[in-house]
Design a protein around this ligand. Structure first.
Ligand SMILES: [Ca+2]
Ligand SMILES: [Ca+2]
Length: 102
């Protein structure tokens, strides 16, 4: 159980996240991240609970598999291992319109 999500799963996630960001946030990844990251608290990082919410919104997994998705994603994305997904960590994996800022 020590494997992270594989590339195929990541690609599926990216597609579904992109569809969600396009549909709900007009393709604005900054807005999508901030909205999700500050949903349960105002720390501007995505914790496990907020990630589960985003997965549900994006139609990823079901109530049985979603928690495994969340664990796999955190393992893959959380480079500094603090249990939260910072914006840079999120964007490095999922964002598909890189280069609009910084
Ligand atoms: Ca948060
Ligand atoms: Ca982190």
């Amino acid at each position: 159980m020590s494997e992270g999500a594989n590339e195929e799963q990541i690609n599926e996630l990216k597609d579904k996240f992109k569809n969600w960001v396009d549909a709900k946030f007009g393709g604005d990844w900054d807005k999508a991240f901030r909205y999700t990251a500050n949903r349960n608290n105002t720390d501007n990082t995505i914790n496990r609970e907020e990630l589960l919410w985003a997965l549900r919104q994006a139609g990823i997994g079901n109530w049985i598999t979603r928690s495994a998705w969340a664990d796999g994603i955190i393992k893959e994305v959380d480079k500094n291992s603090d249990g939260n997904i910072a914006e840079a960590e999120f964007n490095a994996i999922f964002r598909q319109d890189k280069g609009t800022d910084s």
